[in-house]
Design a protein around this ligand. Structure first.
Ligand code: MG
Length: 450
């Protein structure tokens, strides 16, 4: 058995022909069908990448050979795969996408019956079967079949529109980045009563207009177009439209934490976010009598925590938000509809954002060897908790996160890939921020010099 990991933080991902090949897709298909005991139905969809058909054909061949049947959606946003698995009562879903990565990347992500992504323990089981190559090979008369699913998009649109209530007359610019949201997202906003201007919403796997990652650098055109057209909001998606970031009517990209806070506050109650989410989220929930529960970085961790805590809503600051009142799959289109609904009733977006206070924040990267990284993480909790007298909460679910009595916080996390430790912090004053940062850096450096 090869000592390699197949799954990363968000499914299987890599460069085509380096890590991701037709053979890999074939064997992932066989591994999943084997995991499903050589039977069942698997929904398969893909984003707009040029290498999708190669991977889709291979993964489907693998599923069929090991006894599963396929429900093909073709090009759809990731949330539609999650929705379809649940709606059609299928046994699993596969989305072929590399999310926000550039064109030369692709990947495979697997989904559960309830539309939620496979958990790390489920992925481990698939990985075990994949590397053991002990696939179920069914007899010729038990090979699975393929059915094309044509009519599910209309159900998805209708159910989405039933849970949001956008006041008519808003002007929205939708920038789908030529990804999987290109077709559906503008249609849905139009049917929600908005006047829609599209940008980068022609399907193109080379992503000619911008990189699929929805960040400030890649959204310059959207920021200009929103302002120039006098629009109320700009909505941008990543390559598979499970993420959303909004631009306000002044053409500014939203602060990711503030955007999450504005939507979370509407839900109230228990909200799930990750250890790296900022304190404006706590402020927002406190103002409505709710609470933020922080979990590991990654949308699967957020989904697991939503179910465990019976939370109303959850999201990562990256713009991957989960709406358990609709489906357990992150949905960038619904996220866009939700912020637009709030803007239509309480906007403008610039005011909603500016009403949330800015705190003093800092990020530090401290280089060290992989071995030192372990030393730091083993000792940091004791040393830091001894160094501060005003610690209100210690969270060790993913790195070490300390929250102070006044709400200020610091997160120490080892990097998953490179040789460094990351320090992220936010404080109510510049002085407090400097004090926390200096104390942490000093302690980490003392551990490195040992
Ligand atoms: Mg994505």
């Amino acid at each position: 058995m090869e000592n390699k990991k197949l799954f990363g933080t968000s499914g299987i991902r890599g460069k085509i022909q380096d890590e991701i090949t037709a053979e890999l897709a074939l064997n992932v298909g066989k591994a999943l069908a084997t995991y499903l005991n050589g039977k069942g139905n698997v929904v398969v969809g893909y984003d707009t990448r040029t290498t999708n058909e190669m991977l889709e054909n291979a993964v489907c061949a693998g599923l069929l050979e090991s006894g599963a049947s396929v429900l093909k959606l073709k090009m759809v946003p990731t949330p539609l795969v999650g929705y379809a698995v649940a709606k059609l009562g299928a046994d699993a879903g596969i989305m072929i996408t590399a999310s926000h990565n550039p064109s030369e990347y692709n990947g495979i992500k697997i989904w559960n019956k309830n539309g939620m992504a496979y958990t790390p323990s489920q992925e481990e089981k698939i990985e075990e079967i994949y590397y053991s190559k002990e696939f179920i090979n069914v007899s010729w008369d038990n090979i699975g079949s393929i059915r094309f699913i044509e009519d599910i998009k209309e159900d998805y649109i209708k159910e989405l529109l039933a849970i949001v209530d956008i006041e008519p007359g808003l002007k929205v610019v939708v920038d789908a980045g030529s990804g999987a949201g290109s077709e559906l997202s503008p249609i849905i906003f139009r049917r929600a009563g908005c006047e829609v201007i599209t940008l980068n919403s022609q399907v193109d796997g080379f992503f000619p207009g911008r990189n699929p990652e929805p960040n400030e650098k890649n959204l310059k055109d959207l920021m200009k177009v929103v302002k120039a057209t006098g629009s109320d909001i700009g909505v941008a998606h990543d390559g598979d439209a499970d993420r959303m970031i909004a631009v306000d009517e002044k053409g500014r990209i939203s602060d990711f934490d503030k955007l999450l806070a504005i939507v979370s506050r509407e839900f109230g109650g228990k909200i799930i976010s990750t250890v790296d989410a900022g304190m404006c989220l706590d402020d927002a929930l406190k103002s409505v009598g709710g609470e933020v529960i922080r979990t590991k970085v990654g949308d699967v961790s957020v989904a697991e925590a939503i179910l465990k805590e019976k939370a109303n809503f959850g999201g990562e600051p990256s713009g991957t938000w989960l709406h358990p009142d609709f489906c357990m799959c992150p949905d960038g289109i619904l996220s866009g509809l939700r912020i637009t609904e709030i803007v239509s009733k309480k906007g403008p977006l610039s005011k909603l954002l500016d009403d949330i206070p800015d705190y003093h924040n800092a990020r530090e990267t401290i280089n060290c060897s992989d071995e030192d990284k372990l030393t730091v993480m083993e000792n940091i909790e004791n040393l830091l908790t001894e160094s501060f007298e005003d610690i209100a909460n210690v969270n060790t679910i993913d790195g070490l996160r300390l929250t102070f009595d006044n709400g200020s916080w610091v997160l120490v996390r080892p990097s998953g890939t490179g040789g460094h430790v990351r320090l992220t912090l936010e404080a109510t004053s510049q002085e407090h921020m400097e004090f926390i940062k200096d104390t942490c850096v000093k302690i980490i450096e003392s551990l490195l010099n040992k």
